[in-house]
Write a protein of this length. Structure first.
Ligand SMILES: Cc1ncc(COP(=O)(O)O)c(C=O)c1O
Length: 395
């Protein structure tokens, strides 16, 4: 469909095409993971402010490998997860045979409720896997200090919040491990892609091995590789599989696109921040939530949440969005309350949905619409006018 206001626009530009063409014009092409992947990892680490990054083929692969590393280092145990997030933040925990423990959201930032995290940490908790939802920061000093004191690992999912900050430092630098996604819909794209980031050398090594079949030769550290080869001297040094793993590698073409897109990320994020403010300042606060905690935010989408819960009003809103060709997704991040999804049925027996009121409001009455860099103020004002003129039953 041709949208008047799509979710994303022009996230793959002419200059990306030129960068790929340049790569393909080289002689003796190696397009599988090689130099450009390493260059992208180094430039990403520098941009983010961490020591190490590992480029993988999606954000969900980054989630899976991260929780696999957690299991190797700390398992078994419980992982506190959000109810509003992407499926892979929870499936990664289940597939690694760890127990997900769910918390409701904070309506001001759509991220995990700090109060509930603190209440649910116990002796079995090995990590909190916190998603920064749609460009909002979900961290506080209180939470970081509490988790440090309890020796619970903080893992950040920043797949939806590239460039957002807490206390002037980028999200993804606070957790022991952080994850990013470069899927088309996000702040920048490598078509498909994800990143695992850390300051911890052991985690870096594990991520590189697990990304590539569990093979020791992926370490990139000759001393270590030789030590392992000596230990397993009945095996070919090039084929020592240390863990039961898979192939989550990315490739040179996607890395070149990532390198090119990274050049405009900060500039584009500045526009996104400015545009979110125009949107929030012009929406009718009697009809929609506009009172978000904006400190450090960087949103790739506009959160559009009905203030009052009403299914008839929801119908009116969706009708109008369809008529005016404004593309939308209901449930904000990941389709809303994960506890309502069929894949979790066997894992949440005994959980009472009534204890998850905030995420349920967003599940039924929350949406997101596009906030892309080429979006002009005039279009935001038109979209707000359309939204404000809907005649709701409950006001
Ligand atoms: C919070 C979050 N985590 C993980 C992912 C998975 O990323 P990908 O689509 O690159 O697999 C997404 C995807 O949109 C996401 O929003």
């Amino acid at each position: 469909m041709n949208f008047f206001h799509p979710l994303m626009h022009n996230n793959f530009s002419n200059s990306d095409t030129m960068a790929v063409k340049k790569l393909l014009s080289n002689k003796n092409l190696v397009l599988t993971q090689s130099k450009k992947v390493r260059e992208f990892e180094n430039k990403w680490s520098k941009w983010l402010g961490v020591k190490y990054s590992v480029f993988v083929n999606s954000g969900s692969s980054a989630n899976f490998l991260t929780i696999n590393i957690l299991k190797i280092l700390k398992g078994p145990g419980e992982v506190i997860v959000p109810t509003l997030t992407w499926v892979s933040d929870i499936s990664s925990v289940i597939q690694n045979n760890l127990k997900p423990v769910f918390v409701d959201i904070n309506p001001k930032n759509l991220c995990m409720s700090e109060k509930e995290i603190i209440a649910k940490v116990n002796k079995k908790t090995i990590a909190v896997f916190l998603s920064h939802i749609q460009g909002f920061n979900g961290l506080s000093s209180n939470l970081i200090n509490f988790l440090k004191k309890k020796k619970v690992m903080l893992i950040e999912d920043v797949c939806e919040s590239h460039g957002a900050k807490f206390k002037n430092k980028k999200l993804g630098t606070y957790g022991r491990i952080s994850n990013f996604s470069f899927y088309y819909a996000h702040h920048m794209s490598t078509i498909e892609g994800g990143m695992i980031c850390t300051n911890d050398k052991k985690i870096y090594h594990l991520a590189k091995i697990l990304r590539s079949h569990g093979m020791s030769r992926e370490l990139g550290d000759k001393n270590l590789e030789n030590k392992i080869a000596k230990k397993y001297n009945k095996l070919s040094p090039k084929f020592i599989f240390l863990y039961p793993a898979y192939n989550f590698r990315n490739n040179e073409i996607n890395a070149v696109i990532g390198l090119n897109q990274l050049k405009s990320l900060d500039k584009n994020n500045k526009i996104r921040r400015k545009n979110l403010l125009i949107f929030l300042h012009n929406l009718d606060p009697k009809k929609y939530r506009v009172d978000f905690d904006l400190a450090g935010n960087c949103n790739y989408a506009f959160p559009l949440i009905l203030r009052k819960p009403s299914f008839s009003d929801r119908k009116k809103l969706e009708n109008e969005l369809n008529i005016k060709k404004i593309e939308f997704r209901r449930g904000n991040a990941g389709g809303g309350n994960q506890l309502r999804q069929p894949y979790l049925k066997e894992h949440i027996k005994g959980i009472n949905l009534k204890n998850f009121k905030e995420v349920d409001h967003v599940h039924f009455f929350g949406y997101y619409i596009g906030n892309y860099p080429s979006l002009l103020k005039s279009k935001i004002l038109k979209v707000c006018k359309i939204l404000n003129s809907i005649d709701y039953n409950i006001e």
